[in-house]
Design a protein around this ligand. Structure first.
Ligand code: GLU
Ligand code: MG
Length: 448
C-alpha cells in the first residue's frame, strides 16, 4: 500500500481511530479503536457483524436478505492505511475508511468500496484515467436536534448568510484543509440554512473517502459551534432540498475526453458515448444514486435537482449536465455532472454505477442524442417525448424494482451486493410509506 501524505503524523500519537464503513442505507457506521490497537487494526481490522455491515436500514431495522445470515458469522472492517487521516492533531483523533472482508481477509461480496475499486480497475484496463468529485449540500441548524432552527436566513449565496455563520465557515474550512480534504469552495446555498461544499476531482475511491471524511469533519466542527448538520435530501420542508451532485471526467493519452475544440458538442465522440452510457442506465440506477424514502420526492422540476432524464450543456434541469471548462481550463476542467444524486446514497455504489455505465457507453461507442437546450419543464409532454426526455420512476419501490431487474447493474456490482442493497432499501420504503411526509423528514433528518 502507498503511504498517505495526509497522515504525516506519527500514528503512535493517535489516541483514537474512527473506522468508518458506509453501509447499504447510506449511513456511516463506525468502530473506534484506542491508540495502542491502531497498528494492529491495519492488519487485522475490527469486528463488524453481518447485520451491521450489510443489513442495517436507516432506522436500524435488521433486514433479511437470503442467503445472508444476519445472526451467525462475522466480518471485519479493514481500515485502509493509505487513506488514514489525522482529523485533529491536538486530540489525537484519526479517521479511516474501511473495506468489508471475511474472516480470511477476503473482500466480502457486498463491500461497496471494493465494488467501486473493481469498476475503477476496469477503467484502468481500458487505459482511461477517471476522476470523480462531489458537491455536498446540507442544511445547518441551530437549536436542538428535537427543536431545530434553520441556522441562516439567506439570502441564497448571500454575504449576509455567510456572515451569520462566519466563524463556523472559517473553522470548517480550516479543519478540512488541516485534514487534507481537497476543498475547492464553501458557500451558503440557495435555501435557508443550506450550505454547499465542493471537493476537487480525484480518483474515484479517494473521492468518496474524502466525501465521507468531509461529512464527518463538518458534523464534528458544527457540534463545537452548537450547530447540527443534516445531509438528508429533504432536511426541512421549509427550505431547499439537498443534492449531492457527482462529477466525473475521463482522460486518455490525448487528453480530456470531454474537451474537443473541433467538435460542435465541445467533447470527443468517446466522451459523448460515455454520457450516452450513463443516460441509458439512469432510470435503473436512480435507487443507487439516492435510495432513501425522500430521494424520489427530491427530484422535482425547477429545483436544479436534475429531475428529467436527459442531458444538456450547462442545463441545470437535466439529470446530466455537461460542464465545459472556462477558457484556458477546458482540458483541465471540462466534466460531466450527474445531478439526480443525494446524500442518502452509498456514494461508493453511486459512483460505481455511474462509472460502469459510462464505460459501457464508451466500449459500445453509443451515440449521444442531441442535448436539451431549454428547461424540460417548460416543454409539453409531446415535446418532451419527441426529444426522448424521460422521467424517473414515480416512487422508490418502482425505482428499486428497476434496480433489481437490471442485469447490467447486477453484473457490474455483483448479485449479493445488489440483493442486499435492494432488500435494505425496500424495507425502508415500505416502513416509511406508512408515515406522512413530515414524519419521514423528522425520522431521517439526523441519520446520514
Ligand atoms: N439543491 C438542489 C438539489 O437538490 C441543487 C441546487 C444546485 O444546482 O446547486 O439538487
Ligand atoms: Mg448546489
Amino acid at each position: 500500500m502507498t503511504s498517505n501524505p495526509k497522515a504525516d503524523m506519527d500514528l503512535q500519537h493517535v489516541r483514537a481511530l474512527v473506522i468508518s464503513c458506509l453501509d447499504n442505507a447510506g449511513v456511516s457506521r463506525v468502530k473506534v479503536l484506542p491508540g495502542p490497537k491502531v497498528e494492529d487494526a491495519f492488519h487485522n481490522g475490527c469486528g463488524i457483524s453481518v447485520s451491521v455491515g450489510v443489513l442495517l436500514a436507516v432506522d436500524d431495522h435488521v433486514t433479511r436478505s437470503s442467503p445472508i445470515d444476519p445472526i451467525v458469522g462475522d466480518l471485519r472492517g479493514m481500515p485502509d492505511r493509505s487513506a488514514v487521516t489525522v482529523v485533529d492533531k491536538a486530540s489525537g483523533l484519526a479517521w479511516a475508511p474501511a473495506d468489508l472482508v471475511d474472516m480470511h481477509g477476503v473482500p466480502y461480496p457486498t463491500c461497496p468500496r471494493t465494488a467501486l475499486k473493481r469498476v475503477a480497475a476496469e477503467w484502468a484496463e481500458a487505459e482511461l484515467e477517471v476522476s470523480a468529485g462531489f458537491e455536498l449540500e446540507f442544511t445547518v441548524f441551530s437549536g436542538t436536534q428535537d427543536a431545530p432552527v434553520l441556522a441562516h436566513d439567506g439570502p441564497g449565496y448571500g454575504a449576509a448568510a455567510f456572515l451569520q455563520l462566519e466563524a463556523w465557515h472559517l473553522d470548517v474550512l480550516a479543519a478540512l484543509v488541516e485534514a487534507g480534504v481537497p476543498v475547492e469552495q464553501i458557500h451558503p446555498e440557495y435555501g435557508r440554512g443550506q450550505v454547499e461544499i465542493a471537493l476537487a476531482p480525484r480518483n474515484p475511491v479517494q473521492a468518496v473517502d474524502d466525501y465521507l471524511l468531509a461529512r464527518f469533519i463538518v458534523s464534528r466542527v458544527s457540534r463545537k459551534h452548537g450547530l447540527h448538520v443534516s445531509y438528508s435530501p429533504i432536511a426541512d420542508s421549509r427550505t431547499a432540498t439537498n443534492g449531492c451532485h457527482i462529477h466525473f471526467s475521463a482522460r486518455n493519452r490525448e487528453g480530456n475526453l470531454f474537451y474537443d475544440p473541433a467538435a460542435t458538442t465541445q467533447m470527443s465522440p468517446a466522451g459523448g458515448s460515455m454520457i450516452a452510457g450513463v443516460l441509458g442506465r439512469l432510470a435503473e440506477s436512480v435507487a443507487l444514486l439516492g435510495g432513501s424514502a425522500l430521494s424520489v420526492a427530491r427530484l422535482q422540476p425547477q429545483q436544479w435537482a436534475g429531475s428529467f432524464i436527459c442531458w444538456g450543456t450547462g442545463n441545470r434541469e437535466a439529470a446530466i449536465r455537461f460542464v465545459p471548462g472556462p477558457k484556458g481550463y477546458e482540458d483541465r476542467q471540462s466534466n460531466v455532472e450527474v445531478k439526480c444524486c443525494d446524500g442518502s446514497a452509498n456514494q461508493y455504489l453511486a459512483v460505481a454505477a455511474i462509472l460502469a455505465a459510462a464505460l459501457e457507453g464508451f466500449r459500445g461507442r453509443l451515440k449521444l442524442p442531441a442535448g436539451v437546450t431549454v428547461d424540460p419543464g417548460t416543454l409539453s409532454q409531446t415535446e418532451r417525448e419527441s426529444l426522448d426526455i424521460r422521467t424517473f420512476p414515480p416512487d422508490l419501490l418502482t425505482a428499486l424494482d428497476d434496480l433489481e431487474g437490471s442485469n447490467f447493474l447486477c453484473t457490474a456490482l455483483g448479485h449479493e451486493l445488489l440483493d442486499a442493497y435492494v432488500a435494505v432499501r425496500r424495507g425502508e420504503a415500505e416502513r416509511f410509506a406508512k408515515l406522512d411526509r413530515d414524519a419521514v423528514i423528522d425520522a431521517l433528518r439526523w441519520r446520514y
